[in-house]
Design a protein around this ligand. Structure first.
Ligand SMILES: [Zn+2]
Length: 341
């Protein structure tokens, strides 16, 4: 087989992204919008995005940060139990979905839902189901950190069976159990990050602690990574790329009490091409990084063709941020693929 030296990704979509706000948004927004045609933006700001006013204002700030690029921010609302049907009907066309966080499970999720009981969630979920609004879920319990996602599986099952017409997205899945569950219910879908296709807990804490690889959900076991990678490489039709790229200033990562999140936006496409090439699966990459999401969310993204070439790319060691920096995954390392200008 002759070796591949160029590859084109059409309409790349990042279906789980944290752009933050303020100066951080101005820094990281363009690092996604210059290569992706669209991204699903998570609403865990302080305060969380729970009103139409806050949502539209945030969308405006994103568009401002990313102006000049062909890019569509698909914004989400922060799940609350008390959303009325009328409110959701009114906001439906402005959002791509609603993100449900169990309270306190990740960055800025303190005001999330404190009970995952279907009966408690029912009013909002029923309206969402009727209105065709997808539900995006951070699926972790507050149990032992390695088992949090596994323990959440019965909750996914109860929601999926109670609301068969509700489109549910298991966000950033990290376990073989979640991959298996994907095929059990028609209405279950999932995103997976780049870093969970690449690392296990060993890479985070097996040697010297690697704060820039520390994230929630935490990276799991080798067999979990294999199951995720297999599903991605075969272009599993219910699995979408969602980077969960989550920048923090360096002083919040390299400190006592490291914040969770891996910053992958600037390297995502280059590393995905390298990974899919390594496993001779390049023909499935467009499914994983665009076509599956278009079908699952019924999107018609703007045309954007990104050409990658097999040419060394040295990842910046830092991105300057105010008096501080943000450190990307593979900082200072050389990747095999570059994005052509
Ligand atoms: Zn996230």
């Amino acid at each position: 087989m002759s070796s591949v030296t160029t590859f084109e990704i059409n309409e790349p979509l990042d279906m789980h992204l944290h752009l933050r706000d303020g100066d951080m948004l101005k820094l990281v927004g363009p690092l996604t919008s210059n290569t992706f045609t669209g991204a699903l933006i998570m609403p865990n700001l302080v305060p969380p995005v729970t009103t139409k006013e806050a949502l539209l204002a945030y969308k405006d700030r994103i568009n401002e940060a990313c102006k000049g690029d062909t890019f569509e921010p698909y914004v989400t609302l922060f799940f609350q139990n008390n959303y009325s049907y009328e409110f959701l009907e009114d906001i439906k066309d402005d959002i791509i979905g609603i993100k449900l966080y169990p309270a306190g499970i990740t960055t800025n999720s303190e005001t999330g839902v404190s009970s995952m009981d279907v009966e408690v969630l029912r009013p909002t979920l029923e309206s969402m189901s009727k209105l065709g609004i997808p539900l995006c879920v951070h699926g972790e319990t507050n149990g032992f950190v390695m088992d949090r996602e596994k323990e959440f599986m019965p909750i996914y099952e109860s929601i999926a069976s109670a609301f068969p017409d509700l489109k549910i997205i298991m966000e950033h899945i990290t376990t073989a159990d979640a991959v298996e569950l994907l095929d059990k219910y028609d209405n279950l879908h999932a995103t997976v990050t780049l870093h969970h296709l690449l690392i296990t807990l060993d890479d985070v804490a097996g040697g010297m602690l690697q704060p820039h690889l520390f994230c929630k959900p935490i990276a799991k076991r080798p067999h979990d990574r294999s199951a995720l990678l297999d599903a991605a490489l075969k272009g599993h039709p219910k699995l979408m790329f969602g980077s969960d790229s989550a920048p923090h200033p360096k002083h919040k990562k390299e400190c006592c009490g490291c914040a969770a999140g891996v910053f992958t936006s600037p390297i995502a496409l280059q590393v995905l091409v390298e990974l899919f090439e390594k496993y001779q699966a390049l023909e499935k990459l467009n499914d994983f990084v665009s076509l599956n999401a278009q079908r699952i969310y019924d999107l018609k993204p703007k045309i954007k063709k990104i050409k990658l070439v097999k040419k060394d790319y040295v990842v910046p060691a830092i991105y300057e941020y105010n008096e501080d920096n943000v450190v990307p995954m593979y900082a200072g390392e050389t990747l095999a693929w570059s994005i052509e200008d």
